[in-house]
Design a binder for this molecule. Sequence first.
Ligand code: ADP
Ligand code: ZN
Ligand code: ZN
Length: 659
Amino acid sequence: MRVALDVPLPRLFDYAVPSGMQPASGDRVTVQLGRRNHTGVVIEADIASDVALARLKSIIDVRSDAPRLPADWLELMRFLSTYYQRPLGETVVAALPPRLRSVKPLPRKALALGDEPGASDFVPLHELTTEQARVAEAIAAKLGTFAPVLLHGVTGSGKTEVYLQLIACVLARGAQVLVLVPEISLTPQLEARFREAFPRTRLALMHSALEDVARTGAWLAAARGEASIVLGTRLAVLAPLPRLALIVVDEEHDGSFKQQEGLRYSARDAAVYRAKLAGCPVILGSATPSLESWYNFRQGRYERLELPHRAAPGAEMPIMRTIDLREQPRDDGFAPPVLAAIAARLERGEQSLVFINRRGYAPVLTCEACGWCAACGRCTAHLVLHATDRRLRCHHCGAEEGIPRSCPTCGNVDLKPMGRGTQRVEETLAARFPGARIVRIDRDSARRRAELVRTLEGLRRGEGDILVGTQLLAKGHDFPHLTFVGVLNADAALLSTDYRSAERLFAVLAQVSGRAGRRRERGEVMIQTRYPEHPLFQALVRDDFARFADSQLDERRSAGFPPYVYEAALRAEATELARAIAFLRAARARVAPPDTVRVFDPVPNVITRRAGWERAQLVIQSGSRPALQEYLGRLSAVLFDAPARGVRWHLDVDPIEFD
Ligand code: ADP
Ligand code: ZN
Ligand code: ZN
């Protein structure tokens, strides 16, 4: 019998089966490896081992406390393991919730059997608009076959109601639906909306912030087919779903669908593969589709269905314009029209949102006398000044220290904060609008999830006049009283060297802008910039995503970037940069690429040092996916084979982060 175990080696382990036990592939088993017991998953049950029977250890136990992992799930794991170049054992075991990886019995509470899936019991909140109904019908007609659909709907176009309508169709057939969302724990309204729409249907919620028992229970309910709706973050794509008939990936462009450690999978791409295995439609929903999905649509691989208008009666898209900073005086970072717009909202009792994608007080603390800047000792990065608790913090490694009384190089006592973050903006607004209720929302103000959820609920009820926030505020929130959005520092992203930064900026600005005027009162959005003529802003204010996406694709094509080439990165970290580079160079020298694969020179990362590790990477590109995969397979075989002393390395296939 051949078993997948969670060890950092690309091999499986053989065990003998004692008489009386009949493990099949997909069973969880307890086996001994070294001196410890492990939970493994049987990959092949009837197999003649190369190891003599007498030398094989026997399995200790076949676990019957959870359903056997089905064949299509094992196939998904094989695919992910090969595609993302991680050992199958690690892939399989890491895909299980923590309690199922443990050799200890499952918690009894999680094991409680639920009801059989009930009949469909859909309670619609709204009658669908003609547009929504047309889209829902088009997708419903595809149920039962593999069909990737790009649901391109502007913010507030009512994509959720379309999903719910389709889910009702699937439930009526007695099947299961998987719904992936970027962040669920911050948007309890979404979960509430699902529960309210299907009051008698078992819904399994899956995200990493759940405690163990709840997570195990949800996984079991999904795997046993009892939960008809599985709603979760990226990890939910790894749950066994015996009756899967529809997958929804909401906000499919969101970067959080890509895992950034271990098996670096894209849940969106895995969802498309799963839909293919299950022979069912997969809906990729977004107001700003990823360029990968847009490209697939342009190539005719995905069908695009459009929701170009807001769904609620009378709701219109906000009026957007840029404020040219070259022509405006600035007052603590604010241009006069933005301040005037906020003042007008205060007068009318409406809410404003000031968006600045940087937390803390100021990104740099500097000495003007000698040019010293507070820097992190462990990272290539400045320390960010936090005024509320008077600390300097590194946003890359979490290191923190007190604010020095004077400049450590020249002794000057007049240290100056440069630039601004949310705390400083909050301070400015408080001074300017005394009496206004200002609510700051970023990862510092929202250390605890429950607290953040309460604050957001309050804002929805109108508690708060001015919101200051980072992109934590951009996603999925619906603030009925919000009618104005001001964007402060959009330009920084325009100047970035990362070819994906324009795509990201467009998405985040469309999302924050989408918070404005979602009811009868039309919203207004002002974006402060020094480059108002930039095509990105031009497309944004005209709400012309198609033009923006097509022009980005043109740029990517001529520059030779994804999606026109397939890409992977080999990354290495060591205590000395030279060592990381030497490792990459040696790897490159040992595995010769075919003509169709291009392996670039190793280069240090932009943030070269992080948490004390020096980092470098090399990029691998090919116009052919199979050629790239074949090369990566050989490369990782060599790398896994030779222990790399003092170097941590990983491969990232279809990478999206390069810092
Ligand atoms: P999206 O996810 O596309 O941004 P939502 O699904 O959040 O949009 O819907 C936006 C708003 O429109 C919600 O307040 C929702 O209740 C409302 N809405 C959706 N569909 C309809 C409809 N058919 N009639 C009236 N209001 C609707
Ligand atoms: Zn100094
Ligand atoms: Zn640091």
